[in-house]
Ligand binder design. Structure first.
Ligand code: NAD
Length: 499
C-alpha cells in the first residue's frame, strides 16, 4: 500500500507508527495510507525549521518574493497533475480542483509583493532630535492545521504569507486528502526555499496537540469545524501562542422580491451543490422574502436541482462529485432524515443515489427542503453536503435577522435590484463576508478572509494585510543621536514625553 509520508527536511519521512486510510471517494476503495505522526516527528521538523529560519529571515524580502514567483510558475506548470491528485482524494470535479489551486495561487501572487507589504513606519522628529520607526518582523516558526475541503487553497493562504514574511512553516494537512500539500512542499523546495522552510507533518489529534503545546512554535493558523477551532484556539492561546482559528458556517442567501430569479437559481445551484456542498462558503440556506417569491423560486429550483449531473471527478460534464468519505456521506444523509423528522418538507430527496459503475463511491444526490424553520436542529447546524434549505421570511427585517442571529457568521448574500436594500443589508447584517448578487463572496487575496461569531476564533483574518499582521510582530525603535552634549539629567527619572 502506498504511504503518504511527512516532508521533514533531512529525514525521509519516518511514518513507522500509526496510519490512516486515504480513500478514492469515486470508487469507495482505499488508495493509500497516510502516516499519523507523533511529537517526535514534530520535534524533528521543528529542529529543521529552527536551523533554517534565521537565514531565511535575513534574506532580503525581494529575494524571498522571487521564490514565490518561481513557486507560482511551478504550480501553474503542474496544474493538471495537481488537480487530478486533488480530485482523486477529495472527490471534487477537476475544474473545481483547479479553482481550489488557483485561489491559493492568488495568495502566492499577493505574497510576491511582500517587500511592499512589509514596509514599516517612520516618524522623523517625534521629539527634539528623536526619530521613531517600526518594523514588521517574522515570528519564527508558524504552523497551519487545515481541513479536507480545500487541500490546496487553504494551505497556500497560510504558508504563502507566513513564508514570504520570513517565517519557517510547518503544515499539518487533513489526513483525508494529504497528497497535494506534500506536492506543494516539494515544489516550494524546487522553487528555491531552503530546506526546513516549508515542511509537512501528517497526523490527527495527536499531532495537532503536539503543535499546540510545542514551545518553539509561535503562531498557529487553523481552519476546520467550529468545536475543534474553539479547542485549538483555547489550547494554543493557553500555551502563549498567537492563534487564528476559522470554523464552520451556515451561509444564507436572501432573495428579495425584485431579484432576477433565473439568475438566483443559476447562482444557487452552483453555490449550494458545487463541491457537493463541502465548502465553508457554500450557500445551503435560501431565504426568499414573501410567499410569492418563495413559491416562484421553489418552482424554478426543482427542475434545476433535478437536472444536476452528479458524476465522478474526472467527468467533465459533472457538476459535482462524491463527498469525501463514507462517514461523511452517512452524516449528511442523517441530517436529511433529521430534517424530515423535524417536519421540514423534503421536496427533492438525494438519498439512495447510485452512480452506475461506481456503486461503492460516496455519492449523494442533491436535496431540497422547503418550510425549514429556525427552531430546527437541521437549520441550526452545518450539514456540509448537497442539501439546500428554504426558510421563508415574511419581510426584509425577518430575513436580515436570520443570518444575524445564527450561531455561524461566515458568509451571506443578498439578491436584489434595489441598491438601498442591499446597502442597508450589508451595513446591518451580523456576518463577516457579504455578497451583493454574488453567491460565494470569498474575498480576493489582497483583501482578507474571515467570518464572525462561531465561524472564527481570534481577531485577525486570513491573507491580505491581515495575514501579514498575523505572521509578523512589530518592533518599534525610538532613536536619538546626541551631538555630544549631556542631556537633561534632572528629568531622567520622569517618564519621557516628547512635549
Ligand atoms: P475538521 O475540524 O474535522 O478537521 C480540521 C483539522 O483538524 C484537520 O487537520 C484534522 O486533522 C484536525 N482535527 C480533527 N479532529 C481533531 C481533534 N479532535 N482535535 C484536534 N484536531 C483535530 O474539519 P474538516 O471536516 O476537515 O473540514 C470541514 C470543516 O471546516 C467545516 O466545518 C467547514 O465549514 C470548515 N471550514 C471552514 C473554513 C473557514 O474559513 N471558516 C474554510 C474551510 C472549511
Amino acid at each position: 500500500m502506498r504511504l503518504i509520508d511527512h516532508v521533514i527536511s533531512g529525514h525521509g519521512g519516518g511514518g513507522a507508527g500509526r496510519r490512516a486510510d486515504v480513500f478514492d471517494p469515486n470508487s469507495g476503495s482505499v488508495q493509500a495510507q497516510v502516516a499519523l505522526g507523533t511529537s517526535a516527528d514534530l520535534d524533528r521538523a521543528v529542529a529543521a525549521a529552527q536551523a533554517a529560519q534565521p537565514g531565511w529571515a535575513a534574506t532580503n524580502p525581494q529575494r524571498r518574493a522571487r521564490v514565490m514567483f518561481r513557486f507560482k510558475e511551478l504550480v501553474e506548470a503542474n496544474m493538471d497533475a495537481l488537480a487530478h491528485l486533488l480530485s482523486s482524494e477529495h472527490g471534487k470535479v477537476i475544474a473545481d480542483s483547479k479553482g481550489d489551486i488557483q485561489r491559493g495561487l492568488e495568495v502566492i501572487e499577493f505574497a510576491c509583493g511582500i517587500p511592499h507589504a512589509l514596509k514599516g513606519e517612520y516618524t522623523q522628529g517625534a521629539g527634539p532630535g528623536i526619530d521613531v520607526y517600526s518594523m514588521r518582523m517574522p515570528l519564527g516558526i508558524g504552523a497551519g492545521i487545515t481541513p479536507f475541503n480545500f487541500p490546496a487553497m487553504i494551505p497556500m493562504w497560510m504558508f504563502g504569507v507566513a513564508i514570504a514574511c520570513g517565517n519557517a512553516f510547518i503544515l499539518k494537512p487533513s489526513e483525508r486528502d494529504p497528497s497535494v500539500p506534500v506536492r506543494l512542499a516539494e515544489l516550494m523546495r524546487e522553487a528555491g526555499a531552503p530546506e526546513g522552510i516549508l515542511q509537512v507533518v501528517q497526523g490527527d489529534k495527536e499531532m495537532v496537540d503536539a503543535i499546540l503545546d510545542h514551545p518553539a512554535i509561535g503562531a498557529v493558523s487553523f481552519v476546520g469545524s467550529s468545536d475543534i477551532a474553539h479547542y485549538v484556539y483555547q489550547r494554543g492561546v493557553a500555551a502563549g501562542k498567537r492563534v487564528q482559528a476559522m470554523g464552520g458556517a451556515k451561509n444564507h442567501g436572501i432573495v428579495m422580491p425584485d431579484a432576477d430569479l433565473d439568475q438566483v437559481v443559476a447562482d444557487l445551484s452552483g453555490a449550494a451543490f458545487g463541491s457537493a456542498g463541502e465548502r465553508c462558503m457554500a450557500l445551503p440556506v435560501v431565504v426568499p422574502v414573501g410567499d410569492k417569491t418563495a413559491d416562484a423560486l421553489r418552482e424554478k429550483l426543482i427542475p434545476a436541482i433535478r437536472s444536476l449531473r452528479v458524476g465522478v471527478s474526472t467527468d467533465a460534464e459533472a457538476q459535482y462529485g462524491p463527498v469525501v468519505n463514507a462517514a461523511h456521506k452517512a452524516r449528511v444523509e442523517g441530517w436529511i432524515q433529521t430534517g424530515v423528522d423535524e417536519g421540514a418538507e423534503l421536496v427533492v430527496d438525494g438519498r439512495g443515489f447510485s452512480l452506475q459503475g461506481h456503486e461503492q463511491g460516496f455519492f449523494i444526490g442533491p436535496s431540497l427542503f422547503d418550510r425549514v424553520t429556525p427552531a430546527m436542529k437541521s437549520y441550526q447546524e452545518e450539514i456540509f453536503g448537497p442539501v439546500l434549505q428554504i426558510v421563508r421570511a415574511p419581510d426584509f427585517e425577518t430575513a436580515l435577522r436570520l443570518p444575524s442571529e445564527h450561531q455561524y457568521g461566515n458568509g451571506v448574500a443578498i439578491f436584489t435590484r434595489n441598491g438601498h436594500a442591499a446597502r442597508e443589508f450589508a451595513a446591518r447584517v451580523n456576518v463577516g463576508m457579504v455578497g451583493i448578487n454574488v453567491p460565494i463572496p470569498v474575498p480576493v487575496a489582497y483583501h482578507s478572509f474571515g467570518g464572525w461569531k462561531r465561524s472564527a476564533f481570534g481577531d485577525v483574518n486570513q491573507h491580505g494585510m491581515e495575514g501579514v499582521r498575523f505572521w509578523t510582530k512589530v518592533k518599534t525603535v525610538t532613536q536619538r543621536w546626541p551631538d555630544g552634549g549631556v542631556g537633561d539629567a534632572a528629568n531622567a527619572f520622569v517618564i519621557p514625553t516628547m512635549g
